[in-house]
Write a protein that binds this ligand. Structure first.
Ligand code: 3UK
Length: 520
């Protein structure tokens, strides 16, 4: 499937609306707070769309959403796209200065924000010059901001979709890089129906009687696709999870209560659930299939999950640039530890530094070509030219293919780390550590934990007058935890006299990586 299979004028809200004729009164979404049928979702989407129009939000303008996964997240998301505006789902784990950058860079004109996350937005309101409207979910005491419920309550449940071109942009996500600011990635209305067909139906085999549940959040395209677009494209329901991915008991409780058939999680999520003493007490019998993405799923976790639950995990590599999974295992064809085979509709290449294809068994740089890849990074011309190479996307991943055609992840060509499925730039952690008064210099690398999943590991040289100690190690970790998104903090600190450097003073991370392997 590609874009010409869709009508020229196509609005992605069709993924919701095609259900109105067929199953308007079926439950579309479950959550602890609210359960809604397709008709109820549609009514609220229309109210949001009308309310946004009444604020003067126009075609092509950006509206941000900063909230835990919830019914309101979903109705806002579709309401924005239905009027031809662009929905920006913000990562709820970030700090105020990161929101300031994203709101400014995207020229967001309005934000729908949960009251619990509002302080981060009020703190930077004056740094987002285009942000004319703040709409708050839940109770708050800022009379100058709109209250979501009253705001939409004044508006009609009737609204015709803006006849957007299938190639018009509808959604924006930010993704971090090694250096510099996060990169805005725009996707078009056509991209979600295409990937829903190519992976959701073709590979995963989603059906109308499925019920999906994602630990991965809706602000991440892994969640938006897997837990919203794909189920609704086949008339299935989704279960939204507003809790923390780092709390495995909450996750298990949700599964027991809402009985999903499909579970999406990151490898850390599977590993964390397996370590719970009470794991066997939970009823997971509704599940028929599990999906893992965000980082490579080590084979031992796959086998342990299979042994404990009888369930297969489908590991697949996806990216925000491509929108979702493009190399994947399949329900009837799994090689644990590998990412599986290219999803039909995508082409992949593995090339060496000279650009020649490498033979099976040899590691090369992964390129992918597909019908739903983004076109560029917003406002990042040079970085875009390096990454979007004609029809091919340079993923930054190293891979090799085995003799049977399965693809195996073999690290990154940059220093970026995937921690719990989310990007961490070692340089960002280093620039935080260096602000601590005891730190002279430092370097951060990835190190596998006991489940073979990568976590940040810091090497630190101290200023004179400071001595290494376990207390100082904890202090440095706590310092990062406090000042940056928590998942980015180093999990271990090793104190060194000095860091290995090249003659030109560049830190030799490969030496540190070798050192960390000897220690482990
Ligand atoms: C890494 C994997 C090995 C890889 C994503 C599914 O992760 C997603 O998007 P991001 O833009 O990151 C992309 C990068 O993450 N990666 C993802 N999945 C795997 N590495 N095995 C995997 N299974 O480095 C890739 O380039 O955050 C995943 C669907 C939608 C997504 N956005």
């Amino acid at each position: 499937m590609n874009s010409t299979d869709l009508p020229v004028y196509y609005n992605v809200v069709d993924i919701l609306e095609h259900n109105l004729a067929a199953r308007a009164d079926k439950v579309a979404l479950y959550s602890v707070e609210r359960t809604m049928t397709f008709r109820e979702v549609q009514d609220e989407v229309n109210q949001v769309g009308n309310a946004l129009k009444s604020l003067g939000i126009r075609f092509g303008e950006t509206v941000a959403i900063l909230a835990p996964d919830s019914a309101e997240w979903v109705t806002t998301f579709f309401g924005v796209m239905k009027i031809g505006a662009i929905a920006l789902g913000l990562n709820t784990l970030l700090k105020a200065h990161e929101y300031a950058y994203m709101l400014r860079d995207s020229c967001a004109r309005a934000i729908v924000v949960h009251a619990a996350l509002l302080p981060a937005i009020t703190a930077i309101r004056d740094q987002a010059p285009d942000l004319d409207h703040v709409i708050v979910l839940g109770a708050h005491n800022h009379p100058e901001y709109l209250c979501f419920e009253t705001w939409i309550g004044e508006h009609s449940t009737e609204l015709a979709a803006t006849p957007t071109h299938r190639d018009d942009f509808c959604a924006l996500n930010y993704s971090s890089g090694t250096t510099g600011e996060p990169k805005g990635i725009l996707h078009a209305h056509k991209d979600y129906p295409i990937i829903a067909q190519l992976w959701g139906r073709q590979v995963l085999g989603l059906r109308e009687d499925d019920r999906t549940f994602a630990v991965a959040k809706l602000f991440f395209t892994f969640g938006t696709g897997g837990n919203l677009m794909f189920p609704w494209s086949v008339g299935a329901s989704c279960v939204l999870f507003s809790g923390s991915p780092r709390d495995p008991l909450q996750v298990l409780t949700m599964i027991q209560r809402f009985k999903p058939t499909i579970l999406y999680n990151a490898p850390t999520g599977y590993a964390a659930a397996l370590t719970q003493d009470s794991f066997a007490d939970y009823d997971l019998s509704s599940l028929r299939l599990c999906v893992s993405a965000g980082e490579a799923l080590p084979a031992p976790i796959w086998h342990a999950w299979k042994e404990r639950t009888g369930l297969d995990i489908i590991d697949g590599i996806g990216s925000t640039e491509v929108i979702h999974i493009f190399i994947s295992n399949r329900p009837d064809d799994i090689r644990p530890g590998s990412s599986g085979k290219p999803v039909p509709g995508f082409a992949v290449r593995l090339i060496d530094e000279q650009g020649s294809d490498v033979p099976p068994g040899e590691i090369g740089n992964l390129l992918v070509k597909g019908p739903c890849t983004a076109l560029s990074y917003l406002h990042q011309y040079e970085k875009s030219r390096q990454t979007f190479r004609g029809e091919w996307l340079f993923t930054g991943d190293k891979y090799f293919a085995d003799a049977d055609g399965y693809y195996w992840h073999a690290g990154r060509s940059d220093d970026m780390l995937k921690v719990g499925g989310i990007w961490v730039s070692p340089m960002e952690v280093e620039s935080m550590l260096i602000r601590h008064p005891a730190v002279l210099e430092c370097a951060v690398i990835g190190r596998p934990d006991q489940s073979d999943l990568i976590k940040p590991y810091a090497f630190v040289a101290l200023k004179s007058g400071h001595a290494p100690s376990a207390a100082l190690e904890q202090e440095l970790i706590a310092y990062c935890r406090e000042h940056m998104a928590e998942f980015k903090r180093p999990r271990w600190v090793t104190f060194v006299e000095e860091l290995p450097k090249t003659a030109t003073g560049k830190i030799q991370r490969f030496k540190l990586r070798a050192l960390s392997q000897i220690e482990a």
